[in-house]
Design a protein around this ligand. Structure first.
Ligand code: PEP
Length: 244
């Protein structure tokens, strides 16, 4: 059976309880758009409350620790996220790689820690502007993905997010998105065989209501990871509708 398009909002470090009214409106709109699988990853402080607030959409986390428990002040483990009500976790976002020095090895370990407690994983990869300009973006991102992949394909999705497109209003051409997604599909099939065909590869980076339909029509694009535009129903629902 063909999988539904997966549209995920990454709220980053935005969102107080008052903002849950936006999530409720997104949840209500999703009921009318059942062809799309919708989810929001709020800050960790809102996971449990969001879980109790919504009925249609998935709830996720933006990071987890690689260990199950231990002396890691300020960190949150995958089992804790699961208990709080998360269905999935985003790992390897470029902001975490930049702000916290996360390596490909960390990303792989985090993905495996999440899978161990049956959380879905959205594994992010993407090139810098310099790497894009070098003409070797596909080779670089394919290698990055190969280095981050967990041993199992269980509940795994991948998000291709060019760093230079995140929060900038700039997006790659549909040709470039298509070429990159083909490369990433090849890496997934090389690693997981036929199972690699089923893994959804999302595009992320300045997706908005007015460019979503075009980006989502690219072969091998199985959904979108959306930052800024996912914070309000007015921004997010048109993207979900475009995916429908
Ligand atoms: C993101 O950070 O995952 C993202 C895609 O952000 P934005 O949509 O704001 O570019």
């Amino acid at each position: 059976m063909a999988q539904r398009c997966y549209v995920v909002g990454n709220w980053k470090m935005h969102g107080m309880r008052a903002d849950l009214s936006e999530a409720r409106a997104i949840d209500r709109a999703s009921l009318r758009l059942p062809k799309v699988e919708v989810a929001i990853a709020p800050p960790a402080t809102l996971i449990a409350t969001l879980r109790e607030t919504v009925t249609q959409i998935g709830v996720g986390a933006q990071n987890c620790h690689r260990s199950e428990k231990g002396a890691h002040t300020g960190d949150i483990s995958a089992p804790m996220l699961r208990e709080a009500g998360a269905d999935f976790v985003i790992v390897g976002h470029s902001e975490r790689r930049a702000d916290h020095g996360e390596t490909n090895d960390d990303v792989k370990a985090k993905a495996e820690a999440a899978q161990a407690v049956d959380l879905g994983v959205i594994l992010c990869v993407g090139e810098s502007e310099e790497q894009r300009d070098s003409g070797e973006a596909e080779e670089i991102v394919a290698r990055q993905l190969a280095d981050c992949l967990p041993a199992s394909a269980q509940r795994l999705s991948v998000a291709y997010e060019p760093i230079w497109a995140i929060g900038t209003g700039r997006v790659p051409s549909v040709q470039d998105v298509g070429t990159m997604h083909k490369w990433l599909r090849a890496v997934l099939m090389d690693r997981y065989g036929d199972e690699g065909k089923e893994i959804r590869i999302l595009y992320g980076g300045s997706v908005k209501g007015d460019n979503a339909a075009e980006l989502l029509s690219v072969p091998e694009v199985g959904g979108a990871l959306v930052g800024g535009a996912s914070l309000t129903a007015d921004g997010f629902v048109p993207i979900i509708a475009a995916a429908s």
